[in-house]
Design a binder for this molecule. Structure first.
Ligand SMILES: [Zn+2]
Length: 295
């Protein structure tokens, strides 16, 4: 049975998109003076302008330079899962403010309204080209996809759910790391999620980790790098500390393309770089191979 809440999320998404379009159009109109309102999108990498509809049709990849834009969890689900197969699980967590940070609760409340999500992580059952699996997505539009207590708990729950259903797990990560506002409570989630993934390994269940732009900090240092298979989107920034921090610490300049997916592939940190257009097919192939191998 499909959860009402997902419908709500889709409705909210539309609302959010309309807001974003208007903002983007205003900024564009200011910069160029001639762009019609709400119709055009601009690529950060190559500065090309193109109709927003075209970007969505192209799976939010720049038609000019193939730059992969950051996408929302609902769009990721629509791109990855077969239609009508996604059923959200574990919705309704309440984020607390354990360190009494100013404005944190209000920020979470506002984000809940604009995104239709309860936190930065969504998971549930789905089928990817008829291959059943559990899918989890970190959305960088919610507090930069940072991992606080609720995100850590939901990631762990999604792993436990995969264990219970004996199904493979696919997690798309996009995160700024551990959530600053929750301090040590965020850091604890790194150990918790990693321990949960270990149970999957022990049970021989497949965990595919897909790293998207950007996957950094505590998320890259815990479950995201523990996939049996680690995929990445082209050009994604993947690393623990940012390049500037590293340069200042080691007092050396870093090689070009440092911390980009291509660099990590060359160094053997990830298994493959998959274009967003080929992601669904690749996941299906991996899931099918694993199912047939295990049977
Ligand atoms: Zn571009």
């Amino acid at each position: 049975m499909k959860r009402e809440i997902l419908k709500e999320a889709f409705l909210k998404k539309k609302q959010f998109r309309r807001l974003k379009e208007t903002d983007a159009a205003k900024a564009d109109a200011k910069a160029k003076g001639d762009v019609p309102k709400g119709l055009y999108d601009k690529c950060d990498a190559c500065n090309a302008s193109f109709p927003q509809k075209e970007a969505f049709k192209n799976k939010l990849v720049c038609p000019n330079c193939q730059n992969h834009f950051r996408i929302r969890a609902v769009d990721r689900i629509a791109m990855s899962a077969d239609p009508q197969t996604f059923v959200e699980k574990g919705y309704g967590y309440i984020t607390l403010n354990p360190l009494f940070q100013d404005g944190y609760e209000q920020k979470i409340r506002d984000l809940k309204k604009t995104t239709g999500m309860d936190e930065a992580y969504v998971y549930g059952d789905c089928e990817i080209r008829q291959e059943p699996c559990i899918i989890g997505i970190l959305d960088s539009h919610f507090m930069m996809g940072s991992m606080g207590s609720v995100v850590g708990e939901k990631v762990t729950k999604s792993v436990e759910y995969a264990l219970y259903k004996k199904r493979p797990l696919v997690i798309f990560s996009a995160s700024g790391g551990a959530r600053m506002q929750e301090g040590i409570y965020s850091l604890m989630q790194m150990a918790k999620t990693s321990a949960a993934i270990r149970k999957m390994h022990q049970q021989g269940l497949l965990f595919i980790s897909v790293l998207t732009h950007p996957t950094t900090g505590g998320v890259s240092a815990s479950f995201a790098m523990l996939g049996d298979i680690i995929l990445a989107e082209p050009g994604a920034l993947i690393g623990f500390a940012g390049p500037r921090v590293i340069e200042q610490t080691i007092r050396q300049s870093l090689p070009e393309g440092f911390q980009r997916a291509e660099f990590l592939l060359e160094k053997g940190m990830i298994d493959a770089i998959v274009h967003r257009h080929d992601m669904r097919e690749t996941l299906q192939r991996l899931l099918r191979m694993h199912r047939q191998g295990g049977a």
